[in-house]
Design a protein around this ligand. Structure first.
Ligand code: C2E
Ligand code: MG
Ligand code: MG
Ligand code: MG
Length: 291
C-alpha cells in the first residue's frame, strides 16, 4: 500500500512499531508522493488594517489536497514534514508559488502589498536560505519588499545569534520579518529586542481569551511590549466583531481571521481582490533596513 502512494521502498511493519509510527510513515510517503505529483497548493488569508478595513497583505498557507484522500490538514502533515525534513521542499514550493501568484496580482494592479510566507525552523536554518530566496525572487520577478517571512519563537531561539545574523541579511534585502504565534513558545525579552523584526503576531489563543479581563490584560501587555520595540501588531484568529473592537481599543494595528475571511484559493482570492479594488489597498514601498 505504501508503495502505491509513491514510496520507493517496501515497508515492513512489525508489532513493536506502534500505530503512531505506522501513521507517521504513511504520511511521510503521502508527502513524498504529493511533492512528486504537485498536490501542494497555496491558499491566501487577508490581513486587514484594523482602522480603515483596507487590505494590507495576505498570509500564504500551504494546502495538501490529494485526489484520493481530499484535504490533509497542516496540523497532520506539517509536524511529520518537520521531522523528516520534507518541510524544506514543501517550503520551497510554497515560496515559489506564493511569489509567482503575488507578482501576477501586482501586474494586474489588483494588489500592492506584502505576502507573508511561513518559514519552518529547518528552512530558516538552511545555510543557503538567502540564496534560495534571492533565486525565487529573481525567477518570479517579485520585488523583495513585497515579501514578508513569518518565523516562530522556537525557530529563532534554537540559535539566537545565528538567527539574528540571518534576519539581518533578510532585512537588508528589504524583506519584512514577523514573529508568528507570539506568546506560545519560549523567547526571552532580552533576545526579542535584538531580533530585527517588523511585526509581532499575537497567537489566536490570546485572542480567544479576550472574553476575560485577565485575557484582555494579557493582550494589552503584549501590544505594549511590541510597541515599545516599534513592532506592528497583528492579531491572529479574529472571528468576532467584539474581538475586533477590543483589539482596536488595545491599539492593535492589523487583524487576520475568519471575521474578514478564511484562507482562500488563488481563484477566490482574485475575486476578493477585485471586490476590494485597487484604490482600497495599501501600497508598500521599498525600505531597506539599516542594521
Ligand atoms: P499560522 O502560521 O499561525 O497560520 C494561522 C493559522 O490559523 C492557519 O491555519 C489559518 O487558517 C488559521 N486561522 C486564521 N484565522 C483563523 C480564525 O479566525 N479561526 C481559526 N479557527 N483559525 C484561523 P492552517 O492554514 O491550518 O495552518 C496551521 C499552521 O501550519 C500555521 O499556523 C503554520 O504554523 C503552519 N503552516 C501553514 N502553511 C505553512 C507553510 O507554508 N510552511 C510552514 N513551514 N508552515 C506552514
Ligand atoms: Mg503564520
Ligand atoms: Mg500564527
Ligand atoms: Mg499557529
Amino acid at each position: 500500500h505504501a508503495k502505491n502512494e509513491g514510496g520507493n521502498r517496501y515497508l515492513f511493519f512489525n508489532d513493536s512499531m506502534n500505530k503512531q509510527a505506522v501513521k507517521r510513515l504513511q504520511i511521510e510517503n503521502l508527502i513524498r508522493h504529493g511533492l512528486k505529483e504537485d498536490f501542494f497548493s497555496v491558499y491566501y488569508q487577508p490581513k486587514m488594517d484594523i482602522h480603515s478595513g483596507k487590505l494590507l497583505g495576505m498570509e500564504a498557507l500551504v494546502r495538501f489536497i490529494t485526489p484520493k484522500r481530499g484535504i490533509i490538514s497542516p496540523a497532520t502533515f506539517i509536524p511529520v514534514a518537520e521531522e523528516t525534513g520534507q518541510i524544506v521542499e514543501i517550503g520551497a514550493v510554497v515560496l515559489r508559488k506564493a511569489c509567482q501568484q503575488v507578482k501576477a496580482w501586482i501586474d494586474q494592479e489588483l494588489f500592492h502589498g506584502r505576502v507573508a510566507v511561513n518559514l519552518s525552523a529547518k528552512q530558516f536554518m538552511l545555510p543557503y536560505l538567502c540564496e534560495q530566496i534571492d533565486d525565487v525572487l529573481q525567477q518570479t520577478e517579485l520585488p523583495s519588499y513585497h515579501l514578508e517571512l513569518e518565523i516562530t519563537e522556537g525557530t529563532v531561539m534554537q540559535s539566537p545569534t545565528m538567527a539574528i545574523d540571518t534576519m539581518k541579511k533578510l532585512r537588508a534585502r528589504g524583506i519584512h520579518l514577523a514573529m508568528d504565534d507570539f506568546g506560545t513558545g519560549y523567547s526571552s525579552l532580552a533576545y526579542l529586542k535584538q531580533f530585527p523584526l517588523n511585526t509581532l503576531k499575537i497567537d489566536k489563543a490570546f485572542i480567544d481569551d479576550m472574553d476575560t479581563a485577565r485575557g484582555r490584560n494579557m493582550v494589552d501587555t503584549i501590544v505594549t511590549i511590541a510597541h515599545n520595540l516599534s513592532l506592528t501588531v497583528v492579531a491572529e484568529g479574529v472571528e468576532e466583531k467584539q474581538q475586533l473592537d477590543l483589539l482596536k481599543q488595545l491599539r492593535c494595528e492589523v487583524i487576520q481571521g475568519y471575521y474578514y475571511s478564511k484562507p482562500l484559493s488563488s481563484e477566490d482570492f482574485t475575486r476578493f481582490l477585485q471586490q476590494q479594488q485597487a484604490p482600497n489597498t495599501t501600497k508598500v514601498a521599498r525600505t531597506t533596513a539599516t542594521l
